[in-house]
Design a protein around this ligand. Structure first.
Ligand code: ZN
Length: 646
């Protein structure tokens, strides 16, 4: 392949007057992940997003604020531009429909279609709200033909309008879809569009005289081009339809649109018919994704449950938010957003699986080899199996991305990461170290290192910031986003690389704390309770205190003890060894809340047998003496397991 293949992907252009919400963020993050992936696969990518700035609503909002529509658009477009920065969106262009390049393109297209006889003047009839100055389609009307916005009765109105001969091209589009089974994705939407086309398409009214804020119809200033006709053309404007034919010929044949399912008729019927009339091929595919509810309810301003993506990224981090949206729900289906589910994924997938693997591996390279990856000896069958899984994972990600199945691609990457964690359990590197089996330990750490290196590369499209941090901690040069898949082969690591262990990737979120904080946000602060006087224990000398050996440990296993409602059997990792502790904390924590938690353990307590299980130590916790609250003592930052507390 001498010349690089091209790839063109767009989001819809967002209505500039909208407050950006999770739906906007979702489409744009998905498009971004796809474009970053394609770049890393060697494609020459053109990634477009932008804003739709014409129409009645802008005109009215601007008038209400004493601004011109253009002034209002200039102010509000920033909401989107800033959001895309905050969410690490790598778009190559941002189009605004008020731009001069777009005006010229829309007018040129209108004129061409008019000249060839595909646009004619007729009468538009519809239900009209006079105060809102807008037509309301039957599907959006309130009860008894009322306006959905102001609830006032609608009137039948008639005005002169230009019409586009969509009916003429319906059969041609149907033929196109019968030959291009992925012209609309997913399959359910494809079927919906084909059956809609089989019912026939009416000619479309594409101009208004009741509206002023828009692009004038060429040669007839009484009309402006209807917003949908104007908006759809953005996809070819930015691609150089009028001004840059080289760019257009390069990218348009590879054009794909991501849209919400509410706007597929425009994108899968009207738009491709406009293109066919222009003698231009329809996009390769239009993918319609689903909608988000919030904690089971439809998102709406009146419910006050609109999820602010700025807020989510600020609170939980850009990458966890990106990861959650793409991982939680199959692209194309509806999904439900809840912060609790997001926190759950941060703790399990990100902190537990991915963060832990990086942390444990680098810690061992530090502890056992002074931070330098040892030269690798011959790998065994276990390592060969993982190398095969690496190849399979790459192939699986490729296949899934081809179908926009982001969740499946991420599942495949996570299966690979989990295999890495399981491999640590299988090979028990701390035991190898204790037994001074340096060569075997070297193989294990090299294998883990490669799992992490490949994972960082595979994750880069989804979580670009995290991948870069992993890359840096692995001591690699450059950035994963600049890599091509073929640069990052299994076993292709440089010998003697020095790792740079840094901050943990994803600090675990303490669920009890998190719940408390959420509750506090929704409630006014409760009045402070009166504290009973506290009776202290007799004083002890410093030596008596030092005699108690306290160390940092991590809970790696939580087991039930039959017959006991209060006790858990915990396996804790002290870094240099693992031991069993029996602890009476079952009433306060679920196993999930405890797993992987870092705690403080008294390691030189006399062993005791509780319910038939020998306990070798005790964990530290603070309680208020009642059965309602208990808090585990936990180090406030990342510190090696086994560190002494003093
Ligand atoms: Zn109204």
């Amino acid at each position: 392949m001498n010349e690089r293949s091209s790839y063109y992907l767009t989001t819809p252009i967002y209505y500039v007057n909208d407050i950006p919400h999770i739906g906007h963020a979702y489409t744009t993050i998905a498009a971004d992940a796809m474009c970053r992936y394609k770049r890393m696969r060697g494609y020459d990518v053109f990634f477009l997003t932008g804003t739709d700035e014409h129409g009645q609503k802008i005109q009215q909002s601007a008038a209400a604020k004493g601004l011109t529509p253009r002034e209002l658009a200039d102010r509000t477009v920033v909401n989107f531009q800033e959001l895309w920065k905050a969410l690490d969106i790598s778009n190559d262009d941002f189009i605004r429909t008020t731009e001069e390049r777009h005006h010229r393109t829309v007018q040129a297209i209108f004129k061409k279609l008019m000249d060839q006889g595909d646009i004619y003047k007729g009468k538009y009839e519809g239900w009209y709200c006079v105060p809102c100055e807008t037509y309301v389609p039957e599907s959006a009307m309130g009860e008894d033909r009322t306006c959905p916005d102001c609830k006032r009765p609608l009137q039948m109105m008639e005005e002169e309008s230009y019409f586009f001969k969509a009916s003429k091209y319906t059969g041609m589009l149907l033929d196109y879809y019968r030959k291009n089974l992925k012209g609309v994705m997913p399959k359910s939407r494809y079927n919906e569009i084909v059956s809609f086309l089989e019912g026939g398409v009416r000619d479309q009214s594409i101009s208004r005289t009741t509206l002023k804020w828009g692009i004038p119809v060429p040669g007839d200033d009484a009309h402006v081009v209807y917003v949908w006709f104007d908006a759809l053309i953005n996809y070819v404007t930015a691609c150089g339809y009028l001004d840059d034919r080289v760019k257009f010929e390069k990218f348009w044949p590879e054009a794909r649109h991501l849209v919400g399912k509410d706007i597929i008729r425009f994108h899968c019927v009207i738009w491709p018919i406009m293109l066919l009339a222009l003698g231009v091929a329809p996009p390769v595919s239009v993918f319609a994704h689903g909608w988000w509810t919030v904690e089971g309810e439809k998102m709406s301003k009146s419910r006050g449950n609109v999820v602010d993506p700025f807020d989510m990224a600020a609170r939980y981090g850009t990458d966890p938010f990106r990861y959650f949206l793409l991982r939680e729900v199959p692209f194309g289906l509806d999904g439900d957003f809840s912060e609790a589910a997001l926190v759950g994924r941060i703790n399990s997938d990100l902190a537990n699986d991915l963060g832990n693997l990086l942390n444990r591996t680098l810690q061992m390279v530090d502890n056992f080899f002074g931070g330098t990856l040892p030269p690798v000896e011959k790998a065994g069958p276990l390592e060969e199996e993982i190398a095969r899984l690496a190849d399979e994972t790459l192939a699986e990600v490729d296949a899934r991305m081809e179908d926009f199945a982001f969740d499946e691609a991420l599942k495949a990457i996570w299966a690979f990461v989990s295999r890495g964690n399981k491999y640590i359990d299988e090979t028990m590197p701390w035991t190898l170290a204790r037994e001074e089996k340096g060569a075997e330990l070297g193989v294990v750490l090299n294998t883990l290192y490669d799992v992490l290196r490949l994972s960082a590369m595979l994750l880069a499209p989804f979580m670009p910031g995290t991948a870069a941090r992993m890359w840096d901690q692995l001591g690699l040069s450059g950035a994963p986003a600049d890599m091509r898949y073929e640069d990052v082969k299994w076993g292709g690591r440089e010998p003697g690389v020095k790792v740079r262990k840094g901050k943990v990737l994803f600090p675990r979120i303490d669920l009890a704390e998190w719940r408390k904080a959420r509750e506090a946000e929704s409630k006014a602060p409760a009045p402070a309770k009166e504290q009973p006087a506290i009776e202290h224990e007799p004083t002890v000398g410093i030596d008596a205190f030092r005699a108690i050996e306290l160390r940092v440990a991590q809970i790696v296993e939580v087991g039930e003890i039959k017959k006991s409602k209060k006790l858990y059997r915990l396996t804790v990792d002290l870094g240099y060894e693992r031991r069993t502790i029996v602890s009476g904390i079952k009433e306060f924590f679920t196993p999930e809340e405890l797993l992987n938690k870092r705690i403080i353990v008294v390691v030189n307590l006399q062993p005791a047998t509780l319910c038939g299980v020998e306990s070798n130590g005790m964990l530290l916790a603070a309680g208020d003496g009642t059965h309602t609250a208990l808090s585990l003592l936990t180090p406030d930052r990342d510190i090696p397991l086994g560190s002494r507390v003093s």
